[in-house]
Ligand binder design. Sequence first.
Ligand SMILES: Cc1cc2nc3c(=O)[nH]c(=O)nc-3n(C[C@H](O)[C@H](O)[C@H](O)COP(=O)(O)OP(=O)(O)OC[C@H]3O[C@@H](n4cnc5c(N)ncnc54)[C@H](O)[C@@H]3O)c2cc1C
Length: 467
Amino acid sequence: MTALLDQFIAAFGADMVSMATEAYLGEPRGHYISAPRPLLRPRTVDEVSAIVRFCNELSVGVVPYGGGTGLVGGQVYDGDRPCIILSLERMNALRGIYPDESVMVVEAGVILADAQGYADAHDRLFPLSLAAEGSCRIGGNLATNAGGVQVLRYGNARDLCLGVEAVLPDGSIHHGLRRLRKDNTGYDLRNLLIGSEGSLGVITAASLKLFPKPREVSTALLALENPAVAIDILGRLNTQLDGVISAFELIGRAGFEFVAEQMPHIRQPFAQVPEWAVLVQAASGTGSNVEARMMQALTTEIERGSVQDAVIAQSIAQADALWELRETIPEANRAIGAIASHDVSIPISRIPEFIETMPAVLARIGDVRINCFGHLGDGNLHYNIFPPWGAHKSDFADQRAAFSAAIHDKVAALGGSISAEHGVGRLKARALLRYGDGAKLAAMRAIKAALDPQNIMNPDAVVAKED
Ligand SMILES: Cc1cc2nc3c(=O)[nH]c(=O)nc-3n(C[C@H](O)[C@H](O)[C@H](O)COP(=O)(O)OP(=O)(O)OC[C@H]3O[C@@H](n4cnc5c(N)ncnc54)[C@H](O)[C@@H]3O)c2cc1C
């Protein structure tokens, strides 16, 4: 490894090249750990191009690295092939903001929360929002096609991107940083690179869509009997509020209990923990009366008996407290230690069947606790399973694969996807071989071989070798 480090220092200098510290070698869930590797931190697209070209000549792997918050191990190569880690952290400039066009152009290393701040400073909204927004970076968000809590209204990262600048595996630069909303000039490299998780190239900058800032926001937490009721309510609220629902997040009993157990300082909103709850947010412009209309719609729901209890935020601080509860669930999960985590999407009308039938299927494999929560409005559930009280996740190491197979089999049977928003990375690359569409997998392999014949870009991620 030192020989590789010396080779890169000789080529690019000690300011750009160092040995990666531990922070770059692991990931949030602790499944993947990389051996020590050279870390390269370029400042310009030309430097990225030179590094990738050099790696291609030497057949050295390149693992692009954003904020390191990815949940499927895409940013951590744990194999034996010589590889470098390419961090975009120094490419963190706002290249331009065009409020009249509702567009901003940022480099890939910009932290998501900073990108939101740039838009805000120009009285615009950049709506991508997720709990890791203080650490994840725009390049990583696009590479994973991140979702988050406002997909229902604004779409995922792909929907928010107008163009990308990227370095392809041979070192060539794709100058696709257009600010155009219409551009039908053949194959769409931008859409190929978005969601490719670093397996086809390095995204170095992006032009992103901005939106008017909502002036009126209403946030409420509703206690409900079951997810089927939640889905009915979503349909009615959307009609009554003219489609301005921006978030509709499901929280199960375990979500409340896990947060109470691990973060007792976080205020529990209900005196009695509900079986299910949804966090609803509606947002619109001045004069839209969103708060009054939400109140009216929820009063009707309470009267018809579909809502058992409701907390309607009366201030920004109260709304933030409700969001804090929702966004703390992943942290509570990590503290308890999941046996296996799943990020699935299912056609919305079939979600109740999934949630009702899975516990009995899993109980046949082992005695576990389930924390099911997520972006119900997008049909996206985080379905994580935990050991019972007093046990440890390591006690279930032998059953882990069986739990995941049972969950993914059911998702596939219902016409769903085994990765809704986190991507494939290394964690799901083999599962994709089993659940992915054959023709799509063949096309993915052909594209990978055509663009990256030496397989330098993020080896073993997304496209797994067949047995
Ligand atoms: C607490 C928490 C909450 C989360 N919530 C959500 C959520 O609600 N929705 C959601 O979708 N995800 C969520 N995630 C997952 C994660 O935050 C996202 O996947 C995020 O988009 C990753 O960005 P990153 O900069 O951290 O990327 P990294 O983790 O550094 O990398 C992720 C992948 O992208 C590749 N990559 C990174 N930068 C580039 C680049 N410039 N060019 C090409 N490839 C690149 C890497 O090689 C890797 O394969 C959450 C994670 C955490 C820890």
